[in-house]
Design a protein around this ligand. Structure first.
Ligand SMILES: [Zn+2]
Length: 322
């Protein structure tokens, strides 16, 4: 089986002319022409080695989806993997429009700040890519995650208000509307995205991609569905003075793990319980499996190396995670 590779478009890898040809044989691509003040069909990639170019990124995601086709699994809960990722996408999208980055971003733009891609239902099989938003992503699987989510909207799937979590009116900042799906099983756009991440986590042989997809899938599972899938339960994660971490679902306490240094402070990173140990300089993330995995914690390590003292008190919230 081909290996899924995490290839950052910022790397020096070039795409091949064959890959570009394969993309243009599959999709009609439109670019905004400042001269013509209109969208024009484009069939060339000016620089096959410029990974900052949106069209070349689309060629890369096309190749990534084609590679994922070999993991097609008729038994998967993910429609993307049931159909094969590239099959899924080409079935729904025939034309792609690259929307230019506005000179002065405004909420009235077709691509307001934060929007990565969108579809307009009456256009059916057309996807619009927002230049500024799309360039923020640097992994192929996260670009693909956005594309497969948006493609599902062409079939009439919308979103509903969240009944819990950071995107809900009660717990959020009140600005988020319709940022959830009712459930995972009906495979609306968030179901498509979460199912996609679960399968990438399962099939990828790249450990970074695997773990990141897994963490993102868990966060989506917890935050994006009004009926939580896979038996996920709301509750409290508690840290006792002796360093025991337990889950409390309202009536009883269930031990999860024991951290070595009770001085460790628990915080959350990407929705995952994370322990910062001010003595050892470690950052451990509990990613819903038996072991704590050590995450990136360069600041913490350097801090301990430079100012090692048990009298220092460091609070995780003051840190920039990197
Ligand atoms: Zn959506």
């Amino acid at each position: 089986l081909p290996k899924l590779k995490l290839s950052a478009p910022a790397s020096a890898d070039c795409i091949s002319q064959e890959q570009a040809n394969s993309f243009f044989a599959t999709y009609k691509l439109y670019n905004w022409s400042e001269d013509k003040k209109d969208y024009v069909v484009t069939t060339t990639i000016p620089d096959l080695c410029n990974a900052g170019d949106i069209a070349s990124r689309l060629v890369r995601t096309n190749e990534y989806m084609k590679a994922l086709n070999s993991f097609q699994n008729p038994m998967s809960s993910s429609i993307v993997f049931r159909e094969g990722a590239s099959n899924y996408f080409t079935k729904r999208i025939k034309e792609i429009v690259i929307e230019p980055a506005p000179e002065k971003p405004s909420p009235d733009d077709t691509c307001p700040p934060g929007v990565i891609a969108y579809v307009y239902m009456p256009e059916k099989d057309v996807m619009h890519i927002c230049t500024a938003g799309f360039l923020r992503f640097d992994t192929l699987y996260m670009m693909t995650y956005v594309l497969v989510h948006e493609a599902r909207h062409t079939e009439g799937y919308g979103h509903v208000d969240c009944n819990h979590g950071p995107y809900s009116k009660s717990e959020g900042d009140g600005s988020m509307l319709a940022a959830c799906d009712a459930n995972y099983e009906s495979q609306g756009s968030y179901g498509i995205g979460a199912g996609f991440l679960l399968e990438v986590a399962k099939n990828s042989t790249n450990p970074v991609e695997k773990q990141d997809a897994r963490s993102r899938a868990v966060v989506d599972m917890v935050q994006r569905f009004n009926k939580m899938p896979l038996g996920i339960k709301p509750g409290l994660v508690a840290q006792s003075q002796s360093g025991e971490i337990s889950f409390f679902e309202g009536a009883k306490r269930e031990p999860l793990t024991q951290i070595e240094n009770p001085e460790s402070k628990m915080t959350f990173r990407m929705g995952l319980p994370t322990f910062f140990d001010p003595l050892a300089g470690t950052v451990l993330t509990y990613s819903y499996q038996a072991d704590l995995s050590e995450g990136e914690g360069e600041y913490a390590k350097n801090y301990v190396a430079l100012y090692n003292s048990s009298e220092q008190r460091v609070f995780p919230r003051c840190l920039l995670w990197r």
